[in-house]
Design a protein around this ligand. Structure first.
Ligand code: NAP
Ligand code: MG
Length: 405
C-alpha cells in the first residue's frame, strides 16, 4: 500500500530530554512510514535556543501562523539550575508563552480516557476540557502595602484627559494591603471565539464560569461578551450540532464538575483556569494522558503538545543506556490531533482516517493490557508493564496491519 499523501506541510517542533527521544520515535516509527508529508522542523531544544538567542522560537511560531498546524515536543523552561547546567547566555522565557503570544490563542487541556485505567474521580467517563483565559487579572496586577491610616482610590484617566474616573474604595483604619487588576474586551472576545470554535470542532457543550453576582462590571463583561457572540454567531450552528452554551456561577460550576461525568468544555477565567486545570488533571490520574491544544480565535491555527514536561528523571536512565518505561501516549495524541486539524483544513479524508486510527490503536493497545509503568501502577500491583520501545513495536505493528487491510 502506498503512503497517504498530505498536500500541505505541518510544523514539527522538537524539544528536550526524554520527551525528545520519544518525539523522534513517533516520527520515525508511527508517522513517516505511513504518510508522505513535508515536516517543517524547528529545533527548540535548549541548546539551539541558546545558540540562536531564542530567535528560533519566534521563527517557529511564525511558521505555525503560516502553515496553520504545528505539533510541539516538550521543552526545558530554564531556571537557575538549568542556566548553569547548559551554560546558557540567559534565562530564556518559556517557549510556550512566546508561541502563545504570537498565535494569540487559547490553551485547551484535555485528558485521554482509557477504560482500564482507574481515575481518582471514578465517574468522569468523558473528558472535561479546560480552557484558561491567559491574559490579565491577578497575573498582571499591581499590589501595595499600606502602613498608615488613609484613603484608597482607583483612578482612570483617558489619554485625552476627557474622561477621569476616581473611585473611592476604602478608608484604611490601620495597616493593610490592596491590589488592582484589569482586562480588555478584545482579549475576552478572542478567548470566547477560541472556546466557541473548539466546542464546535469537538461537538461538546461549552460552559463559562464567573462570579458576576459580586463583580457586576468585571465578571459581567465576560458573560456579556460570551452571550453576545453566542446570540450573533453561534446559537444556530450549536443547535444544529446538538450542543449548547451556558454561563454558570463558578461555585455552581464546581459542584457540577463533581456531579457530572465529563464531556464538556469549561471556559475559565485566568486564576480559575490555573487552579482547575491542575485539579482536573489530578482527577483523571496521569500526566502521561493529558494533552494540550493551542487554538487561534478564528479556529484556523492550531498547535498541539503533551501537557507533561521533558521527563528529566527518565532521560538520566536513558543516557545511562537503560530502557525506560516512559508513557508516549500524550505525545502521540499531539501528533494525531495535529494531523486531524491538517486533514480538516485540507479536506483530506485518508489523513483523517489515519489520525483516528492512530488514536484508536493506542487506546486498544493499552486497553488490551500493554502499558507503561506509570499507568500500570495506577491499575494495581498485578498489572504487568512494558518499556517504551516494546510499546512502540506493538503500536507500529498494529498500524502496519491496518494499512495493509
Ligand atoms: P515532567 O517532565 O512532566 O515530569 C514530572 C514527573 O512526572 C516525572 O519525573 C515522571 O515521574 C512523571 N511523568 C511525566 N510525564 C511522564 C510520562 N510521559 N511518562 C511517565 N512518567 C511521566 O515535569 P518536571 O520534572 O517538573 O519538568 C521537567 C522539565 O520539563 C523542566 O525543565 C520543565 O521546564 C519542562 N516542562 C516543559 C513543559 C512543556 O514544554 N510544555 C511542561 C512542563 C515542564 P517519575 O519520575 O516518578 O517516573
Ligand atoms: Mg497551576
Amino acid at each position: 500500500m502506498p503512503k497517504i499523501e498530505v498536500k500541505n506541510p505541518i510544523v514539527d517542533i522538537t524539544g528536550d530530554e526524554m520527551a525528545n527521544v520519544i518525539w523522534e520515535k513517533i516520527k520515525n516509527e508511527l508517522i513517516l512510514p505511513f504518510l508522505d508529508i513535508k515536516l517543517v522542523t524547528f529545533d527548540l531544544g535548549i541548546i539551539n535556543r541558546d545558540l540562536t538567542s531564542d530567535k528560533i522560537t519566534y521563527e517557529a511560531a511564525e511558521a505555525i501562523n503560516k502553515y496553520k498546524t504545528g505539533v510541539k515536543c516538550a521543552t526545558i523552561t530554564p531556571d537557575d539550575k538549568r542556566v548553569k547546567e547548559y551554560k546558557l547566555k540567559k534565562k530564556y522565557p518559556s517557549p510556550n508563552g512566546t508561541i502563545r503570544n504570537i498565535i494569540n490563542g487559547t490553551i485547551f487541556r484535555e485528558p485521554i480516557i482509557l477504560n482500564n485505567i482507574p481515575k481518582f474521580v471514578n465517574h468522569w467517563n468523558e473528558p472535561v476540557v479546560i480552557a484558561r483565559h491567559a491574559f490579565g487579572d491577578i497575573y498582571k496586577s499591581k499590589e501595595i502595602s499600606v502602613k498608615n491610616k488613609g484613603r484608597l482610590f482607583l483612578r482612570f484617566e483617558s489619554f485625552d484627559k476627557k474622561q477621569i474616573i476616581d473611585e473611592h474604595i476604602y478608608d484604611f483604619p490601620s495597616s493593610g494591603v490592596a491590589l488592582s487588576y484589569f482586562n480588555i474586551d478584545q482579549s475576552i472576545r478572542e478567548f470566547a471565539l477560541s472556546c466557541f470554535n473548539f466546542a464546535l470542532n469537538r461537538k461538546i457543550p461549552l460552559y463559562l464560569s464567573t462570579k458576576n453576582t459580586i463583580l457586576q462590571k468585571y465578571d459581567e463583561a465576560f458573560k456579556k461578551i460570551f452571550d453576545e457572540l453566542y446570540e450573533k454567531k453561534y446559537r444556530k450552528i450549536f443547535k444544529e450540532n446538538n450542543i449548547s452554551y451556558q454561563h454558570r456561577l463558578i461555585d455552581d460550576m464546581v459542584a457540577c464538575l463533581m456531579k457530572w461525568s465529563g464531556g464538556f468544555l469549561w471556559a475559565c477565567k485566568n486564576y480559575d483556569g490555573d487552579v482547575m486545570s491542575d485539579l482536573v488533571a489530578q482527577g483523571y490520574g496521569s500526566l502521561g494522558l493529558m494533552t494540550s491544544v493551542l487554538l487561534s480565535p478564528n479556529g484556523e491555527i492550531l498547535e498541539t503538545e503533551a501537557a507533561h514536561g521533558t521527563v528529566t528523571s527518565h532521560f538520566l536512565q536513558h543516557k545511562n543506556g537503560l530502557d525506560t518505561s516512559t508513557n508516549p501516549i500524550a505525545s502521540i495524541f499531539a501528533w494525531s490531533r495535529g494531523l486531524l486539524h491538517r486533514s480538516n483544513l485540507d479536506k483530506n479524508k485518508s489523513l483523517k482516517n489515519f489520525a483516528k486510527n492512530l488514536e484508536r490503536v493506542c487506546i486498544e493497545t493499552i486497553e488490551g493490557g500493554h502499558m507503561t509503568k506509570d499507568l500500570a501502577l495506577m491499575v494495581g500491583p498485578d498489572q504487568k508493564w512494558i518499556n517504551t520501545n516494546q510499546l512502540f513495536t506493538i503500536i507500529s505493528k498494529k498500524l502496519t496491519k491496518l494499512k495493509n487491510t
